[in-house]
Design a protein around this ligand. Structure first.
Ligand SMILES: NC(=O)C1=CN([C@@H]2O[C@H](COP(=O)(O)OP(=O)(O)OC[C@H]3O[C@@H](n4cnc5c(N)ncnc54)[C@H](O)[C@@H]3O)[C@@H](O)[C@H]2O)C=CC1
Ligand SMILES: NCC(=O)COP(=O)(O)O
Length: 450
């Protein structure tokens, strides 16, 4: 057992908030943490209730999941799953139901983890889904986690809701606001601030030295030269130009439908969308099973699965835990990238560096053309990229089709959660040591406190 003040393990400690315990949060937590290899990678600290986890263990018929629980966190065990009990009353579990108690407990879990983030007892937090309406109280008056963390862990700075899956990272300028308010919220100041958060995060959290970012338009066809709206001409275009002038690889505004429809995002490290559904619908179509929601711009690291409470399947044992596992792995990765322990190896290769250089030259030429010195059409580059993306998309569709035919399943094909082949180490961080074979694991002398 390690004293938190004299922590000796190098593994990141990852807090996990339990979310709404009547949703699928506790189920995906238990399914992911039952894999003993998790404690080789990080020290999980679940903020919630041992009783609740034990109930889900029984519902799921999982025997092997063991953990140590505490009522305070003065000691955490770096080789075990830790559970910090955030309330003492016995709560009735009603999977799929919205109850006042579940909303209160979801808040208690978040508040306790927040204290531990402040004292650096934990290095990051992964939040299981809450019901945004049900958690509202005198203590929690935020539209969601993103807004809560912005207020409490951003040091007064701006943040960006960013959905990540491999090299696809989609940020949204306006997050949890009504659609009717979006246009007014797209100002030069807001766009500049969000774009800065995205670029800084791609550098600092994902290790991309010279990130390439695509910006979407707000209106259909990115405004069609002012025919269908003028935010592209008055706000988005000038901000893009300003960032280019400062040497950033920023492109757009693009019509969002064609951009996502042709998978042009494959040519960029980050995509900035104007509003929630503009970014999240294509993202979830592409990567719902494995997507991670990351709050960029925080002083701490916070990730979450990309799904919600899924009341319609809660307590049935069918929830897919992949997204939660990815969120946990992403939190570990970002902590390590921030600490300089690993670097992102997706892009910095010779081909990419060459492409970046070409982009940089094209930007300079475009700017000069704007000043009347030289004629240059940036759409040449974008047309080339679109063509390339279309070919890749067709190849991918053919590959997926034949894979599905071989497996006899669709994209959300679910296998029983206790099959070990379900484990998928992330491919994009080659620095992570491979998992040891089961036979190489240190003997475990845990007792089940659950
Ligand atoms: N970070 C958070 O705390 C989030 C919370 N929410 C909250 O969740 C609640 C429900 O939101 P919805 O829009 O219905 O989205 P949802 O993601 O909960 O459900 C949408 C559909 O996807 C299915 N689904 C979701 N996760 C799944 C999984 N892991 N495995 C298999 N199927 C899965 C559900 O059964 C449902 O059919 C709302 O109260 C919302 O506020 C939604 C998104 C994020
Ligand atoms: N759909 C994404 C979303 O709702 C994110 O919510 P939160 O992480 O801010 O709670």
């Amino acid at each position: 057992m390690k004293d938190i003040k004299n922590r000796k393990s190098d593994k990141p400690r990852i807090g996990i908030t339990i979310g709404d315990y009547n949703g699928i949060g506790p189920e995906v937590i238990v399914k992911v943490l039952q894999d003993k290899r998790i404690t080789n990678i990080c020290t999980p600290v679940v903020y919630g209730s041992g009783r609740i986890l034990t109930k889900y263990k029984r519902i799921l018929g999982i025997e092997e999941f063991t953990y140590h629980q505490y009522n305070n966190n003065s000691y955490l065990h770096d080789q075990k799953i830790n559970v910090v009990n955030c309330w003492t009353e016995v709560q009735e579990l009603e999977p799929g139901k919205i109850t006042e108690e579940a909303g209160k407990c979801a808040y208690l879990s978040i508040a306790r983890a927040s204290e531990d983030l402040n004292t650096k007892t934990i290095d990051a937090v992964v939040t299981a889904p809450i019901n945004k309406a049900n958690i509202q109280s005198e203590d929690f008056k935020h539209a969601g986690h993103t807004e809560y963390y912005q207020e409490n862990h951003a040091d007064g700075g701006d943040t960006l809701m960013t959905l990540c899956a491999g090299s696809l990272r989609v940020g949204v300028v306006t997050g949890h606001i009504p659609l009717k308010d979006v246009s007014a919220a797209i100002t030069k100041e807001a766009l500049t601030s969000k774009l800065k958060v995205l670029i800084n995060s791609l550098k600092k959290d994902f290790g991309i030295t010279k990130p390439k970012v695509a910006i979407m338009g707000l209106n259909p066809h990115a405004g069609e030269d002012g025919l269908l709206g003028d935010e592209e001409i008055n706000v988005i275009g000038p901000v893009v130009k300003e960032f280019k002038k400062r040497g950033n690889l920023v492109f757009g505004p693009f019509p969002a439908d064609g951009f996502f429809g042709t998978m042009a995002f494959k040519n960029y490290d980050g995509v900035l969308c104007m509003y929630h559904d503009q970014g999240l619908i294509p993202f979830k179509l592409h990567a719902f099973e494995s997507g991670v929601n990351y709050t960029a711009g925080l002083t701490i690291v916070r990730t979450s699965p990309d799904h919600g409470t899924a009341y319609n399947i809660a307590g049935k044992g069918v929830a897919d835990e992949t997204s939660f596992r990815e969120a946990l792995m992403q939190a570990v990765d970002i902590v390590k990238v921030r600490n300089g322990e690993i670097t992102n190896k997706i892009r910095p290769n010779a081909k990419q560096l060459l492409q970046d250089r070409k982009d940089q030259i094209k930007i300079q030429k475009t700017l000069k053309a704007g000043e009347g010195e030289e004629e240059f059409d940036l759409s040449e580059l974008e047309a080339g990229e679109r063509k390339e993306a279309q070919v890749t998309k067709q190849q991918k569709m053919l590959e997926n089709k034949s894979k599905n035919q071989q497996q006899g399943g669709g994209r959300f094909d679910r296998r029983p959660h206790n099959k070990k082949e379900h484990w998928k180490p992330r491919k994009n961080h080659q620095d992570r040591p491979p998992f040891p074979n089961k036979s190489e694991e240190a003997p475990r002398e845990e007792k089940n406190n659950g």
